[in-house]
Design a protein around this ligand. Structure first.
Ligand SMILES: Cc1cc2nc3c(=O)[nH]c(=O)nc-3n(C[C@H](O)[C@H](O)[C@H](O)COP(=O)(O)OP(=O)(O)OC[C@H]3O[C@@H](n4cnc5c(N)ncnc54)[C@H](O)[C@@H]3O)c2cc1C
Length: 574
């Protein structure tokens, strides 16, 4: 049930999940399958229901500017981005970032998960052991235009009965045949990959997304709403967890199973206790923030903010990783592009009407249908600049072609037709941090992505731009792609490209690795390999914070899968 006010809560639950986001809702749904466990989810945001903007796959990018459903964060000035501070929204609504994200469903590679297994010393995180969890959460769905997916996915790699709906494109785009022809024109550079979610991510293939029947699937629609009538599951919305309180006596291992929360900034503080565990699933920004507010971190930094240290864990909030993004645009020799949606109101309304009446058409789709993940040249790497990727099945960079003007840095022109290639550094070496700015839980933390502070990452982005340019010299693009738009057109040397990248790059919004899992003796890892907070009784972290290295993919699928395993680890313990 949804609980309307703190007075309706029980004083104790077996499990309290902090954050009804991507991972938290999976954990709550799986734990409440066991009827004798009582489970409470505390979510800072409101309901996701009745908000059409969250349902339309194509409109996803609009959600992140709706301040009623996001944590409206921005980063500190970024050394690697010409000192720009960039917008850094997170989902603040039931479903968390899975309710507002861009729907790409990409798991990461065999090497990503095998590296996580070897880093943590826990083979349960290996690709072979995680694949069943990917399949468990997934319910692959026939695309709404009814086309056959034969040759577009490898059905052996997918789950068809899980709650989270996934699919491929619902509406073909004019550039799709050119992209597929690219894999034939230059198969060594752009190999066709029938399914990047099968362990080997490298090549060009069809994009999968978290949608089904023309609407978004999120952790709220998949894991909470279908189970909300369970008598052992309570969900309270619009409720902000302010800290965990240590209830152990002096000289005892800290026991943080008392959760403090409030419903407004100056509002009354309440508490609720967990008999078994508190699971922190507030995401890679807010989970370290809550830990810091609870006195878990570097004692010196905490004392400066008048927070009493409870557990010395200086790496909480350190090592943030994310994927840096750059959109580049080219004019095209065609008027049949998606630019019509921003430049022609009548056309946009017709597309919207089609979606409203039948949940089909362009709005049932994400912005692109086919993309590529590629390896950088081996010559970029040396003893001094080692390859940051997990191995040969992990991409160094992404090329995501979109048949319209796409940039998160410069406004779209009011006329013209474009193809954009959104590029990302998928196996970054740079790392940043999340630190407290204040001991007020309602104050945003200081977020530093560290983007492009490691020189290898900018070299990889330069190679990504050059690869996109080379793609447009291949035969399928002759006569279609015209001159590059804006600053890219005048960038001739690597140093020009560097300037262009640093002045326009933003983010894929994938913060991770801020409360890493690792071996018991690894002081850089605040969690053990089963996601328990080291040095505490009764606290686990299950969200994007836990990855020791960011997977070389858009990370929600990996978050869903680690949450499935996290729930199993909790069940095994109890
Ligand atoms: C704009 C955007 C686009 C993205 N696009 C994609 C994409 O296309 N594909 C992809 O794979 N990934 C994408 N991502 C990333 C992906 O969505 C996230 O990495 C993933 O959903 C994170 O899951 P999580 O469980 O760690 O955190 P979240 O899903 O963010 O959940 C955290 C939850 O905790 C709640 N919370 C936080 N603090 C508190 C508190 N103090 N008290 C109570 N509740 C709290 C939040 O409100 C939220 O509901 C995108 C993200 C964004 C923001």
């Amino acid at each position: 049930r949804f609980v309307n006010s703190p007075s309706e809560l029980k004083p104790e639950y077996d499990f309290i999940v902090v954050g009804g986001g991507t991972a938290g809702n999976v954990v709550a749904a799986r734990l409440s399958e066991i009827s004798k466990y009582s489970v409470l989810v505390i979510e800072a945001g409101g309901s996701d229901e009745g908000n059409v903007a969250l349902e339309i796959p194509y409109a996803a990018p609009n959600a992140m500017s709706n301040t009623s459903i996001i944590w409206d964060y921005s980063t500190v000035p970024q050394a690697g981005l010409s000192q720009r501070s960039i917008a850094y929204p997170r989902g603040r609504v039931l479903g968390g970032s899975s309710a507002i994200n861009f729907l790409a469903y990409t798991r990461g590679s065999r090497d990503d998960f095998d590296r996580m297994a070897s880093y943590t010393g826990d083979n349960g995180w290996s690709w072979n052991n995680m694949l069943p969890y990917f399949k468990k959460s997934e319910g692959f769905t026939r695309p709404v235009d009814g086309h056959s997916t034969s040759g577009q996915i490898d059905s052996n790699a997918h789950g068809f009965n899980g709650p989270l709906k996934t699919t491929v494109y619902a509406c073909p785009a004019p550039i799709d045949p050119m992209l597929i022809s690219t894999t034939k024109a230059s198969p060594s550079q752009f190999p066709f990959n029938v399914d990047y979610n099968s362990g080997n991510t490298i090549g060009m293939g069809y994009i999968q997304s978290t949608a089904g029947n023309g609407v978004r699937s999120s952790s709220a629609t998949a894991f909470i709403h279908p189970n909300i009538n369970r008598p052992n599951l309570d969900v309270i919305l619009n409720t902000h967890v302010t800290k965990l309180i240590n209830v152990a006596g002096f000289f005892k291992t800290p026991d943080l199973r008392k959760v403090e929360f409030a419903q407004s900034r100056g509002g009354q503080r309440y508490t609720v206790r967990a008999k078994k565990e508190v699971i922190l699933s507030a995401g890679a920004i807010n989970t370290p923030q809550i830990l810091h507010l609870s006195g878990v971190g570097s004692p010196l930094s905490l004392l400066k903010l008048k927070i009493v240290p409870t557990i010395i864990s200086p790496f909480v909030g350190q090592d943030l990783q994310d994927h840096v993004l750059l959109g580049s645009q080219w004019y095209v020799n065609s008027t049949d592009t998606l630019d019509v949606i921003t430049t022609n109101e009548t056309a946009a309304n017709n597309i919207l009407t089609q979606w409203v009446t039948s949940k089909t058409g362009r709005y049932a789709n994400v912005s692109g249908n086919i993309f590529a993940w590629l390896r950088a040249s081996a010559s970029l790497f040396s003893f001094f600049t080692p390859d940051p990727s997990a191995g040969p099945t992990s991409a160094h960079f992404e090329l995501y072609p979109v048949n319209q003007f796409a940039s998160y840095a410069v406004p779209a022109p009011t006329t013209g037709n474009f193809i954009s290639v959104v590029k990302g550094v998928m196996s970054p070496a740079s790392r940043g941090s999340v630190t407290l700015n204040s001991n007020d839980p309602f104050e945003p933390p200081l977020i530093d992505t560290g983007f492009l502070t490691n020189p290898i990452d900018i070299q990889i982005m330069i190679e990504a731009i050059k690869t996109a340019k080379e793609m447009f010299t291949l035969s399928p693009w002759k006569g279609y792609t015209l001159q590059p738009y804006g600053e890219l057109g005048s960038a001739k040397t690597d140093s020009d490209l560097m300037k262009y990248i640093r002045s326009q790059a933003t983010t894929f919004y994938h913060p991770s690795s801020t409360v890493k899992a690792g071996r018991s003796y690894d002081i850089t890892a605040p969690l053990d390999s089963e996601l328990n907070l080291k040095g505490a009784v009764g606290v686990r972290v299950v969200d994007a914070s836990i990855f020791p290295y960011i997977p070389a993919a858009h990370i929600q699928a990996a978050v869903f899968a680690i949450a499935e395993r996290g729930a199993d680890l909790i069940k095994q313990t109890w």
